[in-house]
Design a protein around this ligand. Structure first.
Ligand code: FE2
Ligand code: FE2
Length: 165
């Protein structure tokens, strides 16, 4: 009990919890990296006047998602974990593969909303698990969650506009 109070999540008595957090952070790390791939792909592929705004927004998000990936990687290391290599990566974003028509804005917008929603769900789970166990990870992921909620809201606005045209 005393060791826990003094060393928090880095204490020996917290090894199990720490390892569980590291696993959640590894998943988050790869989610961010896959989002980087998907957002570069779709921002470049999108064609058409109506797509400009969406493509530019995705292009800007790439840098933000990359920053998130780096934050997750650093936190893995701080928690005595090892950042996984590329061979551990398994793609999951089936919904963000290039559409048949590169002017298919709705497909891309819905895919982005799905990706952001997946991140929001996973980060809420991390926030819940780290609450009162690991305040530093908790704090970091709350800040990242705020970014993802902003992304999703922006794309929900795009979807509303595109669907009313
Ligand atoms: Fe992100
Ligand atoms: Fe995002």
């Amino acid at each position: 009990m005393e060791a826990r109070a003094r060393q928090g999540i880095l204490g020996d008595d917290m090894k199990n919890e720490r390892e569980q957090i590291v696993e959640m952070l590894k998943k988050a790390y790869f989610m961010e990296l896959e989002t980087v791939i998907s957002y570069i792909t779709n921002s470049v592929n999108l064609d058409g006047i109506r797509a400009r705004e969406v493509a530019e927004s995705l292009e800007k998000d790439v840098q933000e998602e990359l920053g998130h990936a780096q934050q997750f990687a650093n936190r893995i290391k701080e928690l005595y974990g090892v950042v996984p290599g590329s061979e551990q990566f398994a793609a999951e974003q089936s919904y963000l593969q290039p559409p048949d028509q590169q002017t298919d804005l709705v497909h891309v917008i819905k895919g982005v909303i799905a990706a952001e929603t997946g991140a929001i769900e996973h980060y809420n789970a991390i926030i819940e698990f780290t609450d009162e166990r690991d305040p530093v990870t908790n704090d970091m992921v709350i800040a990242i969650l705020a970014d993802e909620e902003g992304h999703r809201r922006l794309f929900e606005g795009f979807l509303r506009e595109v669907e009313t045209v």
